[in-house]
Write a protein that binds this ligand. Structure first.
Ligand code: ZN
Length: 294
């Protein structure tokens, strides 16, 4: 049986008991560094489902469909540099192609990546995108302290001279509505995907890393044919409120998340995500009128 003393020892978060790891291009996405630095994507994973987030972090489970992530990375690497794009294609080659058959011994580029090529062309032809996104330094790692914990972030394109940064987002449909149970209304993809939080955190991490305040922009490009595109700023009154709300959500939840990560508290299951469905066992029948709806 675990004694209270034992809990006290393991209760110290990984972040606090270990020396900080220097973040590099090579280890930025490695699971090791996620135990030492919180990130927006990890925090969002924990807010969605703690059990799934922890299993992913411990390498016990991974999401089945990684294609949307690959499409995003494919487009990103293109605008990072020619070298980065070639390296990405070289590393992920087989996952970008259809399965080989007799007619096509090497397969062909999957339709998702043909769409990605169209998305790239769309952005390349936009003057506003070229003027804002292209001059910045690409994939800049930033770190800082947010409410007592270390965080990391990677800026797609950072322009310290002009004091702004850009993030590139691939999205199904820029104008799709998403139900928000927190606000009890439909939201757009920026709110649904936690991009108010991401921008607020990046502003803070850039401030702590470089000592300057930078303004965020998102360039969104859709997977539709032909792709939709938009340049988005965060200067609206409601934008500021959403960004403050997002920072408050971090303040209120991150201590609990650290305790879940350190094993001091058990993760909560959401009971309907991919991971929870996979690991679920039927116990007793539930009442018909008690089935939860989301
Ligand atoms: Zn779940």
């Amino acid at each position: 049986m675990k004694t209270k003393q034992h809990y006290l020892i393991i209760g110290v978060s990984q972040q606090m008991k270990s020396k900080p790891i220097e973040l590099t291009e090579e280890n930025y996405y490695a699971k090791d560094t996620s135990w030492h630095y919180m990130s927006v994507s990890l925090f969002k994973d924990f807010m969605k489902c703690e059990a799934a987030a922890l299993a992913k972090l411990k390498d016990e489970w991974q999401q089945d469909d990684v294609t949307p992530l690959l499409v995003g990375n494919y487009v990103h690497s293109y605008f990072e540099s020619e070298e980065a794009h070639h390296k990405f294609i070289e590393n992920k080659g087989s996952s970008l192609m259809t399965k080989p058959n007799k007619k096509e011994p090497y397969g062909h580029l999957r339709s998702e990546f043909k769409t990605a090529d169209a998305m790239i062309k769309t952005l390349e032809n936009e003057q506003v995108f070229k003027a804002l996104y292209e001059p910045g330094e690409k994939e800049v790692i930033v770190t800082g302290d947010i409410y007592g914990y270390k965080w990391k972030g990677k800026i797609d394109s950072l322009n310290l001279d002009q004091l702004y940064f850009c993030d590139l987002k691939t999205v199904d449909d820029i104008h799709k509505k998403h139900w928000s149970s927190a606000y009890n209304k439909y939201d757009n993809f920026i709110a649904d995907r936690g991009y108010f939080m991401q921008m607020a955190v990046y502003i803070e991490l850039i401030k702590q890393t470089f000592g300057v305040g930078c303004q965020p922009f998102i360039f969104a490009v859709s997977k539709q044919t032909p792709p939709d595109k938009e340049a988005i700023d965060f200067n609206g009154d409601q934008d500021a409120i959403y960004m403050q709300d997002a920072m408050r959500m971090i303040e209120e939840n991150q201590e609990h998340i650290q305790r879940v990560m350190s094993g001091e508290e058990a993760p909560t299951r959401c009971n309907h995500c991919e991971y929870c469905r996979l690991t679920k066992k039927i116990e007793l029948p539930i009442h018909a009128s008690d089935i939860e709806i989301y």
